[in-house]
Ligand binder design. Structure first.
Ligand code: TRP
Length: 335
């Protein structure tokens, strides 16, 4: 990794196949960052076990996510795509940062409140300390920029507060990260409730499109997409959220402007419009799906990538971790 470039760090939970929303909103654009920045994409399996996981499913989801990143065009030679649990520095730094994080701060986290309601039979310490581990993820690599959605902004804010607090106590140690706001990248909404973001955890399976859905499934889901009682294809997110969402998807997939799309579908009903959007999505995902299938057959290659990237991440993490351990007063092992 080159020293001069800024560091971008992002984490994604290995909880099932990612959606068209994740892809068009984030992943697809990350391929444009790989030359300008040093990018780390961490598959956060340690965060995942804050709620109960089936081990076999977690293992599969983690490998699949790594393959999806590569299939989406992230070059595993240029980006560090790795498993969080392969770098013990995440857990070690998280412990130290736990001691710089207040109960009150963690208690205020809206994700903790939501998840402890949803998993009321298992409100474990890991779920509570989740944001401190996330801060460790970010701070371990002297990250400059973190691409986050609104749901993770509060966690990033806390990571900044923790970094500043540590720096104030022990002197300059961590870079204080900033959110990365992408210039491109669309916000894709649920197909069933277009006022909500498309989410893989949505209970309604018609609400989101997985990037590995087969063509028939994609067509079916778009046919059922919620629109409005009007019949005009017009971009108006306020009054026509469903139609506008479909237009956004179509625009990203085809490169057409909203104006061009309005013209293309003038005088046509929603039926043919929905079908056209579905077909565009099928075409958009086809190369990615082909690549994914190909990668899935090559276990040895994927194993090599996993190993190599774990080594790179460990090497980078060790630099910050040693510095932090020294600052807090841990006795170094003489070399
Ligand atoms: N908490 C994030 C999420 O659920 C995932 C995550 C973990 C993350 N560590 C991170 C995101 C560090 C950005 C940076 O989406």
């Amino acid at each position: 990794m080159s020293e001069q470039k800024k560091v971008i760090f992002s984490g994604m939970q290995p909880s099932g196949v990612i959606t068209l929303g994740n892809y068009l909103g984030a992943l697809k654009n990350w391929t444009n960052l790989q030359d300008e920045y040093n990018c780390l994409y961490c598959i956060v399996d340690m965060h995942a076990i804050t709620v109960r996981q089936d081990p076999a499913v977690l293992r599969k989801n983690s490998r699949d996510l790594l393959m999806l990143y590569i299939a989406a065009g992230l070059d595993p030679e240029k980006n560090v795509i790795y498993m969080q649990s392969h770098v013990s520095g995440h857990a070690e730094l998280a412990w130290i940062l736990n001691c710089f994080t207040y109960m009150g701060e963690l208690n205020r986290m809206t994700q903790f409140k939501d998840k402890s309601q949803k998993h009321s039979d298992n409100v474990n310490v890991g779920l509570f300390a989740y944001p401190a581990l996330m801060a460790a993820d970010i701070l371990l690599y002297q990250t400059d920029l973190v691409p986050v959605g609104v749901d993770q902004k509060q966690h990033l804010e806390l990571a900044r507060d923790i970094a500043i607090r540590f720096n104030n106590t022990h002197g300059d140690t961590f870079k204080v990260p900033e959110p990365y706001i992408s210039k491109v990248g669309a916000k894709i909404m649920s197909l069933q409730d277009p006022t909500k973001k498309m989410s893989k955890s949505d209970e309604d399976t018609n609400a989101s499109v997985s990037i590995l859905d087969d063509p028939d499934t994609i067509v079916r889901k778009f046919k059922r997409a919620v629109t409005d009682s009007d019949t005009v294809v017009r971009f108006d997110p306020e009054n026509k959220p469903g139609v506008s969402n479909l237009m956004t998807i179509y625009s990203v997939a085809t490169g057409m402007t909203m104006q061009q799309i309005e013209t293309e579908f003038e005088g046509q009903g929603y039926g043919s419009f929905k079908l056209k959007v579905a077909e565009a999505v099928v075409e958009e995902l086809r190369p990615l799906q082909d690549k994914f299938k190909q990668l899935a057959k090559d276990k040895t290659y994927i194993d090599t990538i996993i190993k190599k990237n774990a080594e790179t991440a460990n090497y980078l993490a060790a630099k910050t971790l040693r510095k932090v351990q020294k600052k807090v007063g841990f006795v170094p092992i003489s070399r």
